[in-house]
Design a protein around this ligand. Structure first.
Ligand code: NAD
Length: 414
């Protein structure tokens, strides 16, 4: 059930809805939409079976007017330059929404980690970083994990970057704690999604205690979102991922599901604490809150008409197409956009960068307390724009971000 969409066009349509409200001149839109720099590299790797294979990697730096460019690295067979452009631009708007001193970037390598050995993944990562290292650095562009990359990948990034630059832990975030990673970074995105869900429920009058939640994706973002919402009293009634779907109207045991997923190569299929259902129908499941936490473009013109939730909170990046956004709005469903909802990850990445620059570390409680303060502030800043302009939360978040980036650009000069 897919709709063919270009993610970069999709983000730029969202940009234009806010730019229209701000009556932003076309020439300014052109500057703010266009990425600063795009790097495309070929990565020849000797595979374990002796064959030589060429992988393709990208790094897009979208905008650095408010600080070094920041964004994750995604490993996926389908990732292409337009996806990376879209995700890089979302990082520019996201860092502006939470008002941290970064711009936006993103990286991607076309590969399927499920079919690669650890040795092959390390080789791809090192070759990719060696080929783009001239545009990276703590004051230029700072990568982080995204889909199919993790703390181990970031350790290789730091090591490879350090071959020429020396010990520079602030060159990448999402590192293992032992190498200068921040306490709380692993849980940060899910924690932020849960905080934003709580704030949204509060202004929308949806009681979070007992609210029925459906998730697509139970990786880093999905599993931690479920954990924190469960702790806040919500009930996780269905979860779907690339292996299938499981549901239980009475609520699932999130700890048991997390243990099952870890033991089953990242998949929810086979979990006995619920009944199996067709993962394709995840967006049509009955619930109060729907949280996409996997890939982009999944809530589209095909799936949106069946959404039954009152509230959609975007854990994933770019999960909703512009067409679907309008369908959900017309159905009276509130959507909290990615650039607000999942910004807890980059916020704690910012804390990691700060701690690395100072070489002075904070405990988890301090990290979470600082994250919570920023997320609550961002939610209410966006809510202020929604109230002022009578727009959706997505447009309100873009208005806030565009104002901040535009102002910084005006002051620095074009
Ligand atoms: P992850 O690799 O840990 O998990 C990805 C999840 O998506 C897995 O549960 C996987 O089964 C599921 N999935 C993959 N393909 C699927 C398919 N075809 N159908 C259904 N489910 C599928 O990745 P993550 O870090 O949790 O990232 C998830 C989303 O959140 C991405 O859009 C990412 O860009 C976004 N995000 C991540 C972070 C972060 O800190 N990790 C921060 C902000 C946004």
């Amino acid at each position: 059930m897919t709709e063919h969409i270009n993610l970069f066009d999709n983000v730029n349509r969202q940009f234009d809805e806010a730019a229209d409200i701000l009556e932003m001149p076309q020439e300014v839109r052109d500057v703010l939409k266009t990425p600063y720099r795009e790097v495309s590299v070929a990565l020849p790797i000797r595979m374990d079976d002796g064959s030589l294979k060429v992988f393709h990697g990208f790094r897009v730096q979208h905008n650095g007017v408010r600080g070094p460019q920041k964004g994750g690295i995604r490993y996926h067979p389908d990732v292409d330059l337009d996806d990376v452009r879209a995700l890089a631009s979302l990082m520019t708007w996201k860092t502006a929404v939470v008002n941290i001193p970064f711009g936006g970037a993103k990286g991607g390598v076309q590969c399927d980690p499920s079919k690669m050995s650890l040795h092959e993944l390390e080789a791809v990562t090192r070759r990719y970083i060696a080929k783009i290292s001239m545009v990276l650095g703590p004051t230029r562009d700072i990568p982080a994990p995204d889909v199919n990359t993790n703390a181990q990948t970031m350790a290789w990034v730091m090591d490879e970057y350090g071959r020429k630059a020396g010990y520079q832990p602030a060159c990448v975030t999402g590192k293992p704690i032992e190498l200068g990673g921040s306490q709380g970074r692993e849980a940060a995105t899910g924690k932020g999604v849960a905080i934003i869900t709580r704030e949204a429920c509060s202004v929308l009058g949806i009681p979070l205690k007992g609210a029925r939640v459906v998730l697509q994706g139970f990786g880093n973002v999905g599993s931690y979102t479920a954990k924190f919402l469960d702790e806040m009293g919500a009930i996780i009634v269905a979860v779907a991922d690339h292996t299938g779907g499981v549901r239980n109207a009475g609520g699932m045991d999130v700890t048991a599901l997390t243990t099952h997923v870890k033991a089953n190569k990242g998949g929810v299929a086979g979990f006995t604490g619920g009944e199996a259902f067709d993962a394709e129908s995840v967006f049509a499941q009955d619930c109060d809150i729907l949280i996409p936490a996997a890939l982009g473009g999944v809530i589209n013109k095909v799936t949106a008409p069946d959404v039954k939730a009152k509230l959609v909170v975007e854990g994933a990046n770019a999960p909703t197409t512009t067409g679907a956004d309008h369908i959900l709005r017309d159905k009276g469903i509130t959507v909290i956009p990615d650039i607000l909802a999942n910004a807890g990850g980059v916020t704690v990445s910012y804390f990691e960068w700060v701690q690395n620059l100072q070489q002075f570390f904070w405990d988890e409680a301090e990290v979470f307390q600082k994250e919570e303060k920023i997320m609550i502030q961002a939610f209410h800043d966006v809510h202020g724009k929604v109230t002022k302009h009578g727009c959706t939360y997505r447009t309100g978040a873009f208005v806030l971000a565009l104002e901040r980036v535009y102002k910084a650009n005006l002051m620095r000069g074009w």
